[in-house]
Design a protein around this ligand. Sequence first.
Ligand SMILES: [Ca+2]
Length: 200
Amino acid sequence: MNRQSVMSISTIRPVIAAFLISAGIASAYPEFQQHIVKSTGRTVNCAMCHTHSDGPEGAAPGQIGKLTQAELSELGRARACFNPGGKPNSPILNGFGNHIIDAIGKTRFLELKRDPASLSGLLPQESDLDHDGIPNAVELATGTHPLIKSDGRPWLLFKANVAQNWGQILLMLGATVFGLMGLKHLLTGFAIATHDEEEH
Ligand SMILES: [Ca+2]
């Protein structure tokens, strides 16, 4: 790539970014964040779905003003994922944000701005991106982060841990019960032996 090409890309990139921002194309959708905060009482920022915690607008890494030409192309492709199954890879969205658009499509997502409470019910109910045992849809509804394994409602994490490790838990319980039974028999045998010695 020659110097002229580099200069032309660096010249065009802010223009494209400014256009996307001014057109509302790169904007976050606060309706969803506001609903989660209101319904769960938890503090949730843009990082639940976006690459940057302050949202897509700005010039920091992960924000629209910092995107490379290739990332702008990916953003454009992601924007066109109006129907489910488009496999978007938007650079301003994180794995969960892209998962949402892939699952329900951009058109349905935008419709849900008027009914953000319905979003969790439309996501794949079994999908669990961080493998903590709590499905993404439940994490969204309870205000925890679907990509952070350690972030989950304690009771839900406890239930998920029990469900994932019930085999080991049964083995430990069994070993404990048999251990106590063995100790009981040992003590009983010791008591009998002691009693016999005293009689003789
Ligand atoms: Ca999870």
